[in-house]
Design a protein around this ligand. Structure first.
Ligand SMILES: *Cc1c(COP(=O)(O)O)cnc(C)c1O
Length: 477
């Protein structure tokens, strides 16, 4: 395609074809380094970025300018594609168990334990005492038994898998009784009714959305019933006219009728949040004590460990679960088991639970956060002068991860404003930083919450703000 070398303003039609762009020197050089489809993808993305810039009226007026823009976008695209895509970020959103940001950050000793197992060989399935084949389950089971007072435990990849595995093992071909108020959906399209179908079990809903009585369960039990299911509605809260039987009463009913009672707890809380004056989250230990036969919960929610699903309870039921062929499909790897073992070890020591970042962040008093935020603002004002406005405002952090939905933690936010830059643009530039800094926009302002920010990364945030304030007029796209 021939182009005039000067244009009033370039239009979409002035962008060369993808074939023509593939012949540019900047692109052919890359064809020596990478497969053609990969280069093609970068070319397409860069062409799209040029198109978008033209649509936004970027005022490109010559062919050279248009092509040099393409080269710049192509280079950026190339750099992005050749950088590891999964990497660490700074979470300044104040959402502690942010599912999009990998949920629980791990304690230092947990990371060290994972690294030690990752680096070499381990006794994953080797019994060092007897000198023969061992069980991968053994590594966490003793700790779980001790911490929860249960007979047995088994670990799988995540709690969704744990729930599926329990339902399939105990209720395949039979009915499962559950309250209508507990037919929940949690993030990532995990819906109890769908899981039930995949487990081969028939859902037997009882009660109404807001009220279910013990007599509703009693009336629904028949000779096809295999299991009573209780689900902790972890991501929403029912208030007002609502009722469901206590766990103990439900467990007794199950035992009377010879039916196991299984509870999906979602978050596996091992410590009582009321210690920090927060609303109660059910403790795994209390469910076991109440007589529930099996519980399932996540390793990376309130427990504060690696992604895992943990099933704890009666020994004979756990044995049946172990023998289910699906167990082989959902079994965890050595890194998970090592991280979980080390996390549970912290609880077992009992003393330094605040070694766990999740609990430390939940327990952080607002005064401590205010102090850090104030000191950061002081340093930032010194470094940035008046080019950016920083201000402390009161706000709330969240536990997140579908845990404790009604729990708001008072915090102090740092609101950042730039006279020539919208909150959205500021947010984008912080996100484009390396490491990316993720913030919230609240009341049209960009805000950072230091509850979820480690002290050690504050200088990185400051230097990013400095770069943004000095380079504002430069288009960093
Ligand atoms: C989070 C949650 C799950 C799923 O747990 P994952 O570890 O994310 O797989 C299942 N049930 C409930 C009630 C939950 O809150």
């Amino acid at each position: 395609m021939e182009l005039d070398s000067t244009l009033d303003t370039a239009g979409l039609r002035d962008i060369p074809s993808v074939d023509a762009l593939m012949r540019r020197a900047s692109v052919t050089a890359r064809l020596k380094e990478a497969a053609r489809p990969v280069v093609l993808e970068a070319v397409r993305a860069a062409a799209e970025a040029v198109r978008e810039a033209l649509r936004q009226g970027c005022g490109v007026t010559s062919r050279e300018e248009l092509l040099s823009r393409f080269d710049r976008y192509f280079q950026q695209q190339w750099d992005t594609m050749n950088r590891p895509s999964l990497r660490g970020v700074i979470n300044a959103t104040g959402v502690i168990l942010h599912t999009n940001l990998g949920r629980a950050p791990l304690a230092e000793v947990v990371v060290e334990s994972i690294a030690a197992v990752a680096r070499g060989y381990s006794n994953l399935e080797y019994d060092l005492v007897r000198g023969g084949r061992g069980a991968r389950d053994s590594h966490c089971e003793y700790l779980l038994r001790d911490l929860l007072g249960c007979e047995a435990s088994v670990v799988v990849n995540n709690n969704a898998a744990a729930v599926l595995l329990v339902l399939n093992t105990l209720a395949d071909g039979g009915e499962v009784v559950i309250s209508r108020g507990e037919l929940i959906e949690i993030g990532g399209s995990f819906r109890i009714p769908d899981i039930m179908v995949k487990a081969g079990a028939l859902l037997r809903e009882v009660g109404t959305t807001n009220r279910t009585r013990l007599s509703d369960y009693q009336a629904a039990i028949n000779d096809r019933t295999r299991l009573i299911l209780r689900v902790h509605p972890s991501n929403f809260k029912m208030i007002g006219f609502s009722e469901r039987p206590g766990l103990r009463a439900l467990a007794e009913l199950g035992h009377e009728r010879g039916l196991p009672v299984f509870e999906d707890l979602g978050s596996g809380a091992f410590v009582d949040l009321r210690e920090w004056n927060l609303p109660e989250e059910p403790l795994v230990r209390c469910s076991i004590e109440a007589g529930v036969d099996l519980c399932a919960f996540s390793g990376d929610k309130l427990l504060g460990g690696p992604q895992a699903g943990i099933i704890s309870g009666r020994g004979d039921l756990v044995d049946r679960i172990r023998r289910n062929p699906w167990m082989r499909v959902v079994r965890p790897d050595k890194l998970t088991l090592s991280g979980l073992q080390a996390t549970l070890g912290i609880y077992r020591q009992g003393l330094e639970r605040t070694q766990l970042p999740v609990l430390r962040m939940i327990a952080s008093p607002v005064e401590g956060i205010r102090h850090r935020a104030r000191s950061f603002v002081k340093r930032a004002r010194r470094a940035l002068g008046s080019s950016m406005e920083l201000e402390l405002v009161n706000g709330f952090s969240a536990i997140g991860g579908g845990s404790a939905p009604d729990t708001r933690l008072a915090t102090v936010l740092i609101a950042v404003r730039h006279p020539e830059c919208s909150a959205q643009e500021l947010e984008r530039r912080l996100r484009a930083h390396e490491p990316p800094i993720l913030c919230r926009i609240e009341d049209h302002r960009l805000v950072m919450d230091f509850r979820t920010v480690e002290h050690s990364v504050e200088p990185a945030i400051l230097s990013c703000l400095a770069k943004i304030s000095s380079g504002f007029s430069v288009d960093t796209r």
